[in-house]
Design a protein around this ligand. Structure first.
Ligand code: HDE
Length: 697
């Protein structure tokens, strides 16, 4: 759409989500108009026949306003409906020119604009941020050779091997068909019924029941392309590739009990965390990495590289870090950008190509198709957030609903001889620079078959479980106990247990004990699982970065608290990059011991400790006595304790600690030792505390 060159006085172009702009008046000239520009004189009263009379059909101002409102919603995404996103850039640090001709992967130092959307899978758009669920990690890179959408997840494998099972999987996990619940939860009959009948899902189930599905922050999640793709170099030689994003803040998770409570305390926990971080300039960053394999190397693997239920252990093929992504700008309008963003795995610049992975092959159809019902037009690529911004896009496609462009000239077909390419003749194909597909032989008989190389459903599930630390294994087993305890059909639980026997006999026994049911015999695996060398890369525990960077500390204060202690804790934590929030019984703040006022960031009842990574209690004796009558205060402390957080305290808080059941350990720090002593335990969770506060499977 042509932009007006001269801006009228007192007006500006509304900042766009990617290209299109429209003039909006600002300043004193900012008057309200209808959608067609007619100035509105009264936005408070509809047109009536007399002050108390009926409204008149003639009132086009009222009708336009109400009608637009009636149609504000578009269908939410069928999966990944709840999400939040940010703008930023991708920067290549090492060229992959040996493997690909895609400029985005060969031009070192060049910054490519991105729009990245994170999501949960099962819940609706209005569900909460912290259910146990896989997270979507979709990146749209506006490259100079067209958009590249790397539509991944925070888990490197998937539940199913063939796209034809996807509708069944999603029907099984979403709200049950008759009752319309549960929302955003896999802990119910239909999900586990399906899972028990689909042994290929077992590896993914290990990941889904691990702490990976309870991310602490969207900024602390890995991202994976999941499917195998190909890179194609300028000689059209193909190399298999797996794509990876690694968060600079490390991979961090919450506890299950904590995630459940966060859902109540702040249903928007993740979206707020991302927005706030970017708002204050703490821009989240990820490394971009690849695993590259030749056809011969792929053939030598003990599993099929086309099978999306398998990963390639990093110990076998290390991730080569070749770039980074920084998210540094919040969307200006959630609907226009985040909601209307359409990610398509078919969006790939020349030099990147798909593989024959049967899951990916189905995805190549689905995403384009779903946009038609969601965005309602074949012209959804013209919505600013979806436009190819890095380069022009032009072809002979015309018209359709919501056409925003007015292509000039008579040539809307090709070939034509009406003029030169780029002039009256319009655009032409580019055999050299255009997208080319890897020339992979494909001449098999038409069959509906699953390759035998896809038949091993348990080796990598075992690899994952056995690679975890003891703590993570206990969390995983306990998550299975929790979920299966919500299953009401005994035969469904039994079938899952029979499958778990093939993963690890000890795991199956722990889960059966946790359910207090008999352990069934192992199901018959299609292929007996084999042992793989443990992969420490698959662990989270023990790898938190030694810093509070990007995390939150809550300081609970009362009237009469020692301001010096508060200031010291704040300074020490902020020096490491934490955000520190003052929590007080009343939002108006407290009067410190020295008489000074200290403003509060949050009121106690609305700022429970679940929204912080570590807490400090800086109380006066009288203040503590008051808090002893306040369950929100006891919960603040007891939850921090059972969620394995560091608790700093002043001596006056002792009675509250005792009432909350806090047992002294390395993570319970008397602040008289100085704020510095609080930092080391605050940088991690007190894993050693867990057996004393929670019975794990
Ligand atoms: Fe998706 N998926 N998916 N998916 N997916 C969608 O497309 C689908 C799969 C993923 O932030 C839908 O625009 C099929 C794997 C993300 O907007 C839909 C299959 C992975 C997002 C769709 C899969 C993903 C989607 C719904 C099996 C990880 C959110 C709305 C063959 C690599 C993108 C939409 C965003 C969204 C189909 C499996 C990731 C229906 C058929 C595997 C992150 O087209």
């Amino acid at each position: 759409m042509p932009k007006s060159k001269e801006e009228p006085k007192g007006s500006k172009l509304s900042a766009s989500a990617g290209g299109e702009t429209h003039q909006v008046a600002s300043g004193p000239d900012a008057r309200l108009t209808t959608n067609h520009g007619v100035p509105v004189s009264d936005n408070q009263n509809s047109l009536k026949a007399g002050a108390r009379g009926p409204s008149l059909l003639e009132d086009f101002v009222l009708r336009e306003k109400i009608q637009h409102f009636d149609h504000e919603r578009i269908p939410e995404r069928i999966v990944h409906a709840r999400g939040s996103a940010a703008h930023g850039y991708f920067e290549l640090t090492t060229s992959l020119a040996k493997y690909t001709r895609a400029k985005v992967l060969t031009e070192v130092g060049k910054r490519t604009e991105v729009f990245t959307r994170f999501s949960t899978v099962a819940g609706g758009a209005g569900s909460v941020d912290t259910p146990r669920d896989v997270r979507g990690f979709a990146v749209k890179l506006y490259t100079v050779e067209g958009n590249w959408d790397l539509v991944g997840n925070n888990i490197p494998v998937f539940f199913i091997q063939d796209a034809i099972k996807f509708p069944d999987l999603i029907h099984a996990v979403k709200m049950e068909a008759d009752r319309g619940y549960p929302q955003a939860a896999s802990a119910h009959d239909t999900f586990w019924d399906f899972i028990g009948l689909m042994p290929e899902a077992t590896h993914m189930i290990m990941w889904a029941m691990s702490d990976r599905t309870l991310p602490r922050s969207l900024r602390m999640m890995k991202g994976f392309g999941v499917n195998t793709f190909r890179l194609l170099n300028d000689k059209d030689e193909a190399t298999f590739v797996k794509f990876h994003w690694r968060p600079k803040l490390g991979t961090q998770s919450t506890c299950w009990d904590e995630a459940v409570k966060i859902a109540g305390a702040d249903p928007d926990y993740h979206r707020r965390d991302l927005f706030d971080a970017i708002d204050i300039g703490a821009f989240p960053e990820w490394e971009f990495g690849v695993q590259l394999l030749s056809q011969e190397e792929a053939d030598a693997l003990p599993f099929d590289i086309l099978d999306a239920t398998k990963l390639i252990p990093e110990e076998l093929y290390p991730i080569q870090v070749v770039g980074r992504m920084v998210l540094d700008r919040n969307p200006m309008n959630f609907f226009a950008e985040t909601e209307q963003a359409a990610f398509l795995p078919t969006n790939m610049p020349p030099g990147i190509d798909v593989s024959e992975d049967p899951l990916l092959q189905g995805r190549l159809f689905s995403y384009q198709d779903t946009q038609l019902s969601r965005l309602g037009t074949v012209n959804f690529h013209q919505i600013p957030i979806n436009q190819a911004k890095g380069c022009p896009f032009q072809n002979m496609q015309r018209d359709g609903h919501m056409q925003m462009q007015a292509p000039a000239g008579r040539a809307n077909y090709e070939p034509n001889s009406l003029g030169q390419a780029g002039e009256d003749g319009g655009p032409r194909e580019d055999p050299q620079g255009g997208f080319r597909t890897a020339a992979i032989a494909a001449d098999g008989a038409k069959v509906r078959l699953r390759a035998e190389t896809f038949a091993d459903h348990y080796s990598q599930a075992r690899l994952f479980f056995r690679s975890q630390t003891e703590i993570e294994q206990a969390h995983l087993a306990s998550a299975l106990v929790f979920e299966l305890s919500k299953v009401t059909f005994a035969h469904v639980r039994e079938r899952v247990l029979a499958n778990l026997q093939n993963v690890d006999a000890d795991l199956a026994k722990r889960v059966a004990d946790g359910l207090n049911v008999a352990l069934p015999k192992a199901s018959a695996p299609a292929v007996a699982p084999s042992e793989m060398a443990p992969s420490p890369a698959l662990r989270i525990v023990g790898k938190y970065p030694p810093s509070l960077k990007g995390r939150a500390v809550g300081v609970l204060v009362t009237d009469g608290a020692d301001g010096t202690v508060v200031a010291n804790v704040k300074a020490a934590a902020e020096a490491e990059g934490a955000s520190v929030k003052i929590v007080a019984p009343k939002i108006g703040g407290v009067k410190l011991k020295d008489g000074k006022l200290l403003a509060a960031d949050g009121q106690l009842a609305g700022s429970p400790s679940v929204i912080f990574d570590a807490v400090a209690l800086v109380l006066s004796e009288a203040g503590c006595a008051e808090l002893m009558k306040e369950s929100a205060a006891t919960d603040f402390v007891s939850n921090a304790f059972v969620h394995l957080k560091a608790i700093g305290f002043t001596a006056e808080a002792q009675a509250l600690l005792d009432k909350a059941g806090v047992v002294p350990d390395d993570g319970v720090i008397d602040l008289k030792a100085g704020a510095e002593a609080f930092l080391p335990p605050a940088r991690t969770r007190q894993w050693a505390r867990e057996p004393g506060v929670r019975v794990l499977a």
